[in-house]
Write a protein that binds this ligand. Structure first.
Ligand code: URA
Length: 224
């Protein structure tokens, strides 16, 4: 396939630059392609850079404040998200909102939520490395456009998908990392907390509340 053919997924090559997206998921989408999340979402809903595009109902791009200082990155949409087109609206999402609210953070003001993959993997399986690579340019564009001060990576897939760091989440959660000049903190995925609901000291829920408090402190410091 010629590179011209690969590039003209969404329109003929005489239309504007934003309509030219590499259909091959291994070829990155150039940074700066999108000037808004709305444009990006339109492309995500037509995207077939990986096989997940064949089975989605809606691409799930993001929700929350487009100018938020904190971005939460999840793994991939589940059934509720695929049906509504919004991330973290099922049980995990309700718990995530509760965790954020415990330190007075909300998606109306302080937080924007996105995922590594925009389309639901069948049976909610973990996205493959190929699928993550194909979708990553969309997340990179979201990060560029929202420009968060802090990125929270929920679970090992989000950590690996964005930064390439393959360490286990129990080892690395709660530690500040720098990625591309941005402050990131890996935290447990809310679904892990739903499976491990004990609040005992040192347990997953206790650790999560500790981590989110550290995030609140850091945000206040940055704002000072
Ligand atoms: N889990 C995720 O990682 N993302 C969602 O959007 C929903 C559940």
């Amino acid at each position: 396939m010629s590179s011209e053919t690969q590039l003209s997924l969404f329109g003929d090559s005489s239309s504007n630059q934003k309509d030219l997206i590499p259909t091959d998921g291994k070829i990155p989408i150039p940074p700066g392609t999108y000037s808004s999340i709305t444009e990006l979402a339109q492309h995500c809903n037509q995207c077939h850079r990986c096989v997940l595009g064949n089975t989605r109902t809606h691409a799930v791009v993001g929700r929350g404040n487009l100018k938020a200082p904190i971005m939460v990155v999840g793994e991939a949409p589940g059934q509720n998200e695929d049906e509504t087109g919004l991330p973290f609206v099922g049980k995990s999402g309700q718990l995530l909102e509760k965790i954020l609210a415990s330190v007075n953070l909300s998606t109306d003001e302080d937080v924007y939520i996105a995922n590594i993959n925009k389309c639901r993997p069948p049976e909610n399986r973990v996205p493959t490395t190929e699928e993550m690579t194909a979708c990553k340019p969309y997340l990179l564009e979201q990060i560029r456009l929202v420009d968060p001060k802090i990125i929270l990576l929920t679970g090992a897939t989000a950590l690996k998908g964005l930064t390439g760091d393959k360490r286990g989440i129990t080892k690395i959660r709660g530690q500040w990392l720098e990625w591309e000049g941005r402050l990131c903190m890996p935290i447990f995925h809310p679904s892990y907390l739903l499976r491990n609901p004990s609040r005992e000291v040192g347990g997953p829920k206790w650790l999560m509340w500790k981590d989110i408090q550290a995030v609140r402190v850091k945000l206040d410091e940055i704002r000072e």
